[in-house]
Write a protein that binds this ligand. Structure first.
Ligand code: HEM
Length: 493
């Protein structure tokens, strides 16, 4: 009898939950974009392939149109797909959708710094960071020189491999990591430095784990999953380890701060902190500075590093493209001078290849989640404040009309019939609008200069037949992660 009673109570409870959920859905979605019907608790999880969420979004867009609603966990999500709708969200409604949707694995950064900040301090932190980055990027000791110096070090390290096979993950990753480290901490690491390698392995592991199916689930169902064991714990632990490292450097900088002679980005933020010391609501605290610097440290390393690594794999698959690049480099730069930014104007093929690498690898397919900062009428729908908005980037980068055969790697996507570089407004690998990538200029410069320098001095040699190189991502989610591989670099002269 007791068992029957409990069963009836449980059933009654579940039916009530179901009715509440349906009522809530119908009630709150009167004026929301269309979307599949959500189930209690799991919402639209069954409509998502957690192994490839970006692809699920594309499939749902084919069914429901360019703007549709999903429910995942406790979150209402509006996905925006295709050039017109994404542009509208990011540019025409730039203020309304400039919030940042929560990414639970980065709890330690929530509402601090730049990337994961959905609070009132975001605007000023971003503005000040951009100003300082611009100052450090310009002038004699600007980013071009910084990257060129690092390119010399990278070439030297590549020479040391003596034509033997190596995994490019860390060797190549050291270069962008040192560039951003110089800007942030005025610090250059040796390529064998244990701390340096440890930090890069944390960045690398997190970018990989964040793109795995489990972390997609965690992202939406963190309320339930947080207490379970699993890889989300590793990501959170890594985030803390990176933040702790940066916090220590910030404290060291604070102790040796000379306000008359700021050495780096961290010093500039600390000076701002000193200026507003007596304010009742200071923008900068040591903690906020540490998060801001940590944001730039990993965003500035892992994105560029993964793009370079993926790029080299692509070039090994297409030796004829590599050959054309050698020819252009030899003609424009020659064998000895280090590549410079001005060369880009005379190197349309390299420019097109770099763009095509970024388009093809689709590094951040679904963008970072945005959030509605207020109730907003958009295309006749009412999107309530707090709704997560996902302006997908792959829907632009893989647009069939703009880039015929988008699944194929073709530098011609960015070349006109005269072989000149062809601009495409669909190229939004760095997103656009109020949240556009803070490091776009730096990343573009690094990709062009590092790739040019590597190909100026080396031929790439694959360990497998180029035809057998698999360019599909190892995993896709937050990012699009290339498969592991080794290569040889053979000196050209
Ligand atoms: C290939 C290289 C890179 C790619 C593809 C890339 C891509 C992106 C994307 C898609 C976003 C999200 C924009 C949005 O929310 O709408 C973003 C944000 C951001 N990126 Fe990058 N990024 C790259 C390199 C860098 C570098 C080198 C830095 C640092 C110097 C950096 C710092 C940031 C920061 C701080 C944000 C957050 C902006 C905000 O929330 O206001 N990124 N990036």
């Amino acid at each position: 009898m007791a068992a029957l009673g409990i069963t009836i109570i449980l059933l009654g409870w579940m039916v009530t939950l179901l009715l509440i959920s349906i009522w809530k859905h119908i009630h709150s979605s009167w004026n929301l974009p269309p979307g599949p019907f959500p189930l209690p608790i799991i919402g639209n999880l069954l409509q998502l392939d957690v192994k490839n969420v970006p692809k699920s979004f594309t499939r749902l867009a084919e069914r429901f149109g360019p703007v549709f609603t999903l429910y995942l966990g406790s979150r209402r999500i509006v996905v925006v797909h295709g050039y017109k709708a994404v542009r509208e969200v990011l540019l025409d409604y730039k203020n309304e959708f400039s919030g940042r949707g929560e990414i639970p694995a980065f709890q330690a950064h929530k509402d601090k710094g730049v990337i994961f900040n959905n609070g009132p301090t975001w605007k000023d932190t971003r503005r000040f960071s951009l100003t300082v980055l611009r100052d450090y990027g310009m002038g004699k000791q600007g980013n071009e020189l910084r990257i060129q110096k690092e390119a010399h070090v990278l070439l030297e390290e590549l020479r040391k491999t003596q034509g033997q096979p190596f995994d490019p993950t860390y060797l190549i990753g050291c270069a962008p990591c040192n560039v951003i480290s110089d800007i942030l901490f005025h610090k250059h690491f040796d390529y064998n430095d244990k701390t340096f390698l440890r930090l890069m392995s944390l960045f690398n592991e997190n970018f990989y784990l964040l793109s795995t199916p489990w972390l997609q689930l965690y992202n939406y169902f963190s309320g339930y999953i947080q207490y379970l064991p699993g890889r989300h714990r590793k990501v959170i632990k890594n985030v803390y380890e990176i933040k702790d490292y940066v916090y220590e450097r910030v404290k060291e900088h604070y102790q040796s701060l000379d306000p008359n002679c700021p050495q780096d980005f961290t010093d500039c933020l600390l000076m701002e902190m000193e200026k507003e010391k007596h304010s009742s609501e200071p923008l900068y605290t040591l903690d906020n500075i540490a998060v801001t610097v940590a944001d730039l440290f990993f965003a500035g390393t892992e994105t560029t590093s993964t793009t370079l690594r993926y790029g080299l794999l692509i070039l090994m698959k297409y030796p004829e493209i590599e050959e054309k690049l050698h020819e252009e480099i030899d003609r424009v730069i020659g064998p000895s001078r280090i590549p410079a930014v001005k060369d880009r104007l005379e190197m349309p093929y390299m420019d097109a290849v770099v763009h095509e690498i970024q388009r093809f690898i689709n590094l951040v397919p679904s963008n970072l989640p945005h959030e509605a900062t207020r109730d907003t009428m958009f295309r006749g729908y009412l999107i309530p404040k707090g709704t997560v908005v996902i302006p997908t980037l792959d829907s632009l980068l893989y647009d069939k009309q703009e880039f015929p055969d988008p699944e194929k790697f073709k530098p011609e996507h960015f070349l006109n019939e005269n072989g000149k570089f062809k601009y495409s407004d669909h190229f939004k690998a760095f997103s656009t609008g109020k949240r556009v990538c803070v490091g776009e200029g730096l990343a573009r410069m690094e990709l062009f200069l590092f790739l040019s320098a590597i190909l100026q001095h080396f031929n790439l040699k694959s360990l497998v037949d180029p035809k057998d190189i698999d360019l599909s991502p190892l995993t896709i989610g937050f990012g699009s992660i290339p498969r592991h591989y080794k290569l040889c670099v053979i000196p050209r002269s």
